[in-house]
Design a protein around this ligand. Structure first.
Ligand code: URA
Length: 207
């Protein structure tokens, strides 16, 4: 069925899905996180971006990619000529996983079990949106989308076919936090430029 003819239904279905996700207990991460951070963007978006999991700021705000990684991501999107209304942004894992250290909450990587438990949501998001292109930001997103470990270095830079219904084409690139963690400024700049090029190339696939 063409996406345009189910647009209204897809929106309502997405809202119901989001509502349901707010009380998700599919894994233990809901116990300590503030709230579920669900995907955001128009259901008509042709591009879906998948991050790892909400960070500290996203957990508090309830929106994906609003913290430091989100700033880098937004800048790169704009530089790649991609507008927000073409994009739906979500995460492989929808609750913040962290270790408390004093007053701070330190990001902890989601494990394979948590990624698998949360795949249910991303599969529903894929089926509702049926994006032409899905961009995996980093290894956790790639693992979630492909259902197995993927090596970014090997899979980056070419169109891949996603498994399953509603999948479409995938593009794997680095996570914006990786760029923030690079200690060397020259490396940071060249890796950022490569990231923007990846986004531009993925965007060209929807044309
Ligand atoms: N990092 C992610 O992977 N997702 C977010 O929403 C924020 C930071």
């Amino acid at each position: 069925q063409a996406r345009s003819s189910i647009g209204g239904n897809a929106q309502a279905a997405w809202e119901a899905l989001r509502e349901e996700a707010m009380s998700c207990t599919r894994c233990h991460l809901y116990r300590h996180a503030t709230q579920t951070v669900f995907g955001e963007g128009p259901v008509s978006a042709s591009m879906m971006f998948v991050g790892e999991q909400p960070g500290d700021q996203e957990d508090l705000a309830g929106h994906p990619f609003v913290g430091p990684a989100g700033q880098v991501f937004n800048r790169a999107l704009a530089e790649a000529g991609i507008t927000r209304d073409e994009t739906y942004v979500t995460n492989a894992v929808k609750h913040f996983k962290f270790e408390p250290r004093g007053k701070r909450r330190i990001h902890a990587k989601p494990d394979a079990g948590e990624i698998t438990a949360c795949r249910w949501w991303i599969e529903q998001e894929q089926m509702l949106l049926r994006p032409k292109v899905t961009v995996a930001l980093g290894a956790t997103a790639a693992r979630s989308l492909f259902g197995k470990a993927m090596t970014i270095g090997r899979e980056r830079g070419r169109a891949l076919t996603l498994p399953g219904e509603g999948g479409g084409t995938a593009w794997i690139t680095v996570h914006p936090s990786y760029l923030l963690r690079l200690p060397d400024e020259a490396a940071r700049e060249s890796e950022y430029a490569k990231f923007v090029e990846d986004l531009r190339a993925a965007h060209a696939l929807i044309a």
